[in-house]
Design a protein around this ligand. Sequence first.
Ligand code: MOS
Length: 750
Amino acid sequence: MAEILGRPHPRVEGRAKVTGAARYASDAREPAGIAHAALVTSPIARGRITGFDLAAAEAVPGLLGVFTHRDVAGAVAHVPHLMAGGYVNSSHRPLHSDAIVYAGQIVALVVARTPEAATAAAAAVRVDYEQDSAAGGFDAPGAETVRLADLKPGHADIRRGDPDAALAASPVRIEARCETPVQHHNPIELFTTRATWDGDRLTVHEPTRYVGAVQHGLAAQLGLAPSDVRVVAGLLGGHFGSKFALSQHTALVALAARRLGRPVSLVPSRRQCFTIANYRPESRHTVRLAAGADGRLSALVHEAEVVTSRFDPFAMEGCDVTASLYACPAIRTQERAVRVDRNTPGPMRAPPEVPYLFALETAMDELAGELGMDPIALRRRNDTATDPVTDKPFTSRPLMACFDAGAAAFGWARRAPRPGVTRDGPWRVGLGCAASVRPVKIAAATMRVRLCADGSAEVATAGHEIGNGITTLLAMGAAERLGVAVERVRVRLGDSALPPSGISGGSSTTTSLMNALALGCEQVRGRLARAAAAPGGPLAGRDPDALALADGVLAAPDGAALPLQAAVGLLDPASVETLAEFVPRGGKPEALDALRAGHIGLTLPDDALAWAFGAQFAEVRVHAETGEIRVPRLTGAFAAGRVLNPLTARSQLVGGMIWGLGSALLEETVVDGAAYRNPDLAEYLVPTAADVGAVEALLVPDPDSQANPLGVKGLGELGIIGVNAAIANAVHHATGRRIRSLPIRIEDVA
Ligand code: MOS
């Protein structure tokens, strides 16, 4: 078998992407007679619609219809959240009643012959409201704090030993209160929807990272058979965690298309995308750590609160990770959700790890300072091969290997032990580090694999190319295992009409799809091998298990080889095809049924902790007079099992690290009242090229045959985790100031 996986290979869709030939969902060819929709959203966060004045909108030439709750109330059935057994990213139904439950809620859908007319008519819609007071965030009157265990069945706070007694008795202890802000995904491709009916059959073009959830969710909402709904995503122009389930506007576009008898396309504005989709909610944390003089942890307490909506059980849980990272005999966690009058938050790259590890890893840095220990030495002292909460083993534990590789490449040894002493002209210089860890999630997946007599192959599954390079990996994997050229493998993805696979989320895509591909290719090889080795066959007498597909032949160890055309021809003149059904270790056979029903099926092994690891290093320069903060260098070292394509893996990791820089220094959605005040890319800051210095991502070997058959762990989210803490720790090292609230701003350090 020629080795293709594991070597760098450029993206197979790269040329199409840079030449503009690539087709995203939003680029689907416009059918004749298509109409264009625009949204009207509520400026108030809580209250009631008392009336509409549509006269001005109706006077706009080209207007085809204005839909409000008066027209469509009751037309969309309630469907639960994806994380609660359903399909949606928010179970709120707009245009269902006169009630307003958050700012930015859709109150009307306007359809016209052109996008310009739709936008003009939407702007002309007058809505009258009766406004009630709204709770916009933590500590707002009316905000309701609930135990996470009461919100999410299955969640349990962790208690091991008596950490409060250990804290009281310990000579060294710290308490860190940390806060992280609201952040919004801002993919370049907006949350577009196109709905086309053919009789009772609905086709939706929408950038989504779970076509199955959109298909089954729409069917449930609109009372259709799932087989009558097709969802086509094509390539995704970014999502970063959004686009993970069925959105509220999709069914409205479908309803409008049905009532108007023509296809309808919606391209919401960037501003509207801040409220019609999801966001990373704000969080606040209290971490208490105690240690002996040798640095060994004796107590860990992590109390966390996250914001969520009034109406969904979604909340980010993260203490399962922070409690299990370091050896510690006494642990207590407490997680609570604060329900406010905003839309439901959602996953954003490494949803819990980004905020929760910010809290833990700044606390660890502070503890190292208290102890007078090097921060890496403190982590080495508390390294563990087993979970301190459950005593289960880690399938591998290369955390310190990451710190060692990263420290060497970064030049950690040159770091001054004391903070606030390193200067370079007007710049205070600081070096900081933090851990990045993430549990490895994996899901059931199905994959159709076809090997053709002409030396080409096709692999097809509903899963999605979200920019992570899965198309390239599938082509590489099929080429390697079927013995054909990478260029001759056709990869079909992003369409609910293809064999189902799950959400492209939780860094599970590569792990799940590549294991399914391996299974499918093995099924194809096995069928050819058994046919060839059968009595009277061309390779009779050989052990079928020893026959390999390589370089266009089916080859035996003794040198006998059957050309592919002849091998395939034993079964069919043109091609041999199989459908692989992959169920991960610990997964139940029902996992396939759940997959076919569009449910989320990410699983973790139950007898071990399979994690991916990393160590993040940052050099920060803080201008002594102006407080300007620059990050000239980021170095990350990552161990994520077997790396199948170092080129796309590095690209994922570097992208994550740059985003981590944004998370530390720039990104914040400002909540005022209960509304977002900076919903555009002029005022919501993300890193530009000028903000980014040298970014280096190292890959640390992590052979792990326990995690899953291929030993692949997924690294889509690993790169962002811990960067915010590494930068905050570097700011402390540069200035002596401990900043516990993100983003870190000039005024914090000037
Ligand atoms: Mo992630 S934002 O859970 O794909």
